[in-house]
Design a protein around this ligand. Structure first.
Ligand SMILES: Nc1ncnc2c1ncn2[C@@H]1O[C@H](COP(=O)(O)OP(=O)(O)O)[C@@H](O)[C@H]1O
Ligand SMILES: [Mg+2]
Length: 246
């Protein structure tokens, strides 16, 4: 039985989808079978980010309405063995309710080592649906006061769900920008203010983000992907020290 991990944030644009896809590549390159579940009904981004939007026929709402078998709505990612997508519905109205997700996700966990749920931002019904069935939550935040405050609010919200572990990923970290904003003394202060234990730090990496957003495989050797690979190893239980590189 695999693990389910929801990737969430308070603020939109924190990098949830980028981190979900990057972690999907990292886990599958390490030999795991990974299912990315796009929970952003109506806005959907993972199909594009994985370069498979042309081939989609079914989505998660077709599975729950019985219009297709789960396997028919699960698409392999071209060029990356072991990485699969269950797409979000085109319409926000077709959002899968939390009660249904609680039954669906454990069933999917039987076939994959990791089920990664890419949540919509904030506190919507979509957030509840993505979070309700996860074993673990990873909260994505920038190292800035707006991101950190919303990460702290999400942590409080997550306490109302049966997630066993809540961890923080500081994304898009840029040392010069961090120093210029000057709000926090150091990263320890960011972590303290969020109230969430750190899982890792992903540097700002424009080449990686540009590859992912345009549906191309990110190379393993970029700083962002190397940080995500270390995060994947930590999730697997390996002792990978957190360094300034993430
Ligand atoms: N580590 C990173 N380095 C550079 N750009 C990033 C990074 N993470 C995300 N981005 C960019 O930030 C924007 C928002 O990312 P996205 O993953 O769509 O956020 P969300 O899913 O939280 O709304 C995108 O333009 C993406 O390319
Ligand atoms: Mg997103």
């Amino acid at each position: 039985m695999g693990f389910s991990t929801v990737i969430t944030s308070g603020k939109g644009g924190a990098g949830k989808s980028t981190v979900s896809v990057g972690l999907g590549y990292a886990f599958s390159r390490q030999g795991s079978r990974v299912l990315l579940v796009d929970c952003d009904a109506g806005l959907r981004s993972l199909d594009r980010m994985l370069g498979i939007e042309e081939n989609l026929v079914f989505d998660i709402s077709d599975v729950v309405c019985g219009r297709c078998a789960p396997a028919e709505a699960i698409y392999p990612c071209p060029g990356q063995e072991g990485l699969f997508l269950l797409p979000a519905p085109v319409s926000a109205e077709a959002l899968v309710p939390a009660g249904v997700m609680r039954r669906l996700v454990p069933m999917l966990q039987q076939y994959f080592d990791h089920v990664i749920l890419d949540s919509p931002a904030g506190v919507s019904a979509g957030f509840a649906a993505a979070v309700c069935a996860a074993d673990r939550a990873v909260v994505i935040s920038g190292a800035d006061p707006v991101g950190v405050r919303s990460a702290s609010s999400v942590r409080t919200l997550l306490e109302g769900y049966p997630v066993k572990e809540i961890r923080l990923v500081i994304n898009r970290f840029n040392e010069a920008y961090f120093r210029t904003t000057g709000t926090y003394e150091d990263l320890d202060e960011v972590i303290d203010r969020s109230g969430i234990r750190l899982l890792g730090l992903v540097p700002e990496d424009l080449p990686m983000a540009a590859r992912i957003v345009s549906g191309k495989r990110p190379p393993e050797s970029t700083p962002g992907m190397m940080a995500l690979s270390r995060i994947a190893s930590r999730i697997q239980g390996e002792r990978v020290p957190i360094s300034p590189l993430g």
